[in-house]
Design a protein around this ligand. Sequence first.
Ligand code: AMP
Ligand code: MG
Length: 405
Amino acid sequence: MITINEALNIIKDNMPAPGIEAVATNLSLGYVTAEGVLAPEPSPRFDNSGMDGFAVRWDDVLMVAGGGTVTLKVIGESRAGVPFSGVIDSGEAIRISTGAVVPPDADTVVPIEDIDIFDDKIIIKSVAKKYKHIRFRAEEINIGDILIAKNTIINPANIALLASMGIEDVSAYKKPDVGILVTGTELTASGPDIGDGRIRDSNGIMLESAVRVSGGNITYSGIVDDDPDGLRCKIIEAMNRSQIILLSGGVSVGPHDHVKQVSADLGFRQLFWKVRQKPGKPLYVARFEDRILFGLPGNPVSALNCYAFYIHPVICDLLGREFSWHCVDGQIHEGFQNNGDRSVFVRSRIKKSGLNKDYSVEPLQNQDSYMLTSISEANGFFIIGPGEHFDKEDKVRTYFYPWEQ
Ligand code: AMP
Ligand code: MG
C-alpha cells in the first residue's frame, strides 16, 4: 500500500492539462490570467487636468512665482467630457475641471484655491511650476505595456484596468469541469420519510459544496445504485462532461463495490488503490485520456478529507492558482499516539488563545470516519504518521481545511 506522499506524487504526475478560455472582463473576478495582458492604448488617453482650476500659459503667469499677481481674461471652459475647442491667446485662460482635456495652447493648471475670480477675470496669486497639475497622455501606460502579468489572480483593480482600456475579455485558466456521482443502493435524495435501512445522500451535496470552494465547475451530479450497468451509464454521462470525475462509495472490497471494475471496463487505468491513511484507506484514482477519476470512500469523513487533501489542490492547480496549504504550528491540547501502520488525519479545532494569541490545536473526540460531527466541528487537521507520538503541548503542524480561510 502506498503512503500519502506517494499518492500525492502520483496525482501530481498525472494532472490533466489546464484549459484556457477567453473570460468576459465582467465575469473574470478570481480567474487567473493565462498570459500577460498588453495595453491597447495609452493612459491617460489625452492630456488632462489633475485639479479643478484654470488652464493657463506658463509664460503669462511666470512672474507670480517671483511674488506678484497676474490678471487673466477667462474666455471659455473645458469640462470633463466637453473639451474647449477655441484658441487661448496670451493673457487668456480657461476654466477647467478635473479630468477635462487640457487644450494644446495651455501648459499649466492653476488650482481654484490659488485664484480670485471676478466675472470674466481672474487674479492668480500663486503658482508652482510649468506643467503643474497636468496628467500627460501616456504618462502612466504606453501602448504595448504589460497591464496585468501572466498568472495574476484577477482582482477588482485588475478588472477596472481592463475596463478602462476597453478590453472585453481576458485569456484565463478555465474552471475545470467536475462530475460528481454518489453510489449506494441505500441512498435516497433528502426527504422526511426515506424508509427503513436507507440513508440520505449527504456526500453529493458535500462534494458539490467543496468543489465550489475550490472553484471547479460542476457539470454533472447524480445518485446511482450499486449496480454495474447503471453505474456504467452514469460514469459515461459524467465522463462526457467532465475532466475530473468524483465518485463516492463502492471502492472497498465488498461484493457490491463495483466502481473499480466498471471504471476499468470503460478504459480507466488505475493509478492507485488504497493509501496508508486513516480515514480514506480505499481511495481509488484512475486516468483515462485527459480525465482523472477519484473513487472516494463512501464514509462522509473519508470522502471529505480525501477531497481536501488530494482533490482541492488539483483544482487549484488547474485554475492556475499555485496551491499551498494554509497551516500553523499549534500547541496540541493532549498527548497523541499513533500505534497503527497508517498516517492518521486528526480532525481538530485550531484556535488562537492565551496572552500571545498562539495557536492551540484541540483534536476532536469522535474520530470515526462515519461521524460527520468530527469534521463538521473541525476547522483543520494534523497528520500523525505510523508509530509517531506527540506530547501534550508539543507544537504540531496543523492544516486549515480549504473552506476555513
Ligand atoms: P462504501 O464506501 O460504499 O462502502 O460506504 C461506506 C459508508 O458510507 C456506508 O455506511 C455508506 O452507507 C456510507 N455512504 C456511502 N455513500 C454515502 C453518501 N452519499 N452519503 C452518506 N453516506 C454515504
Ligand atoms: Mg456502498
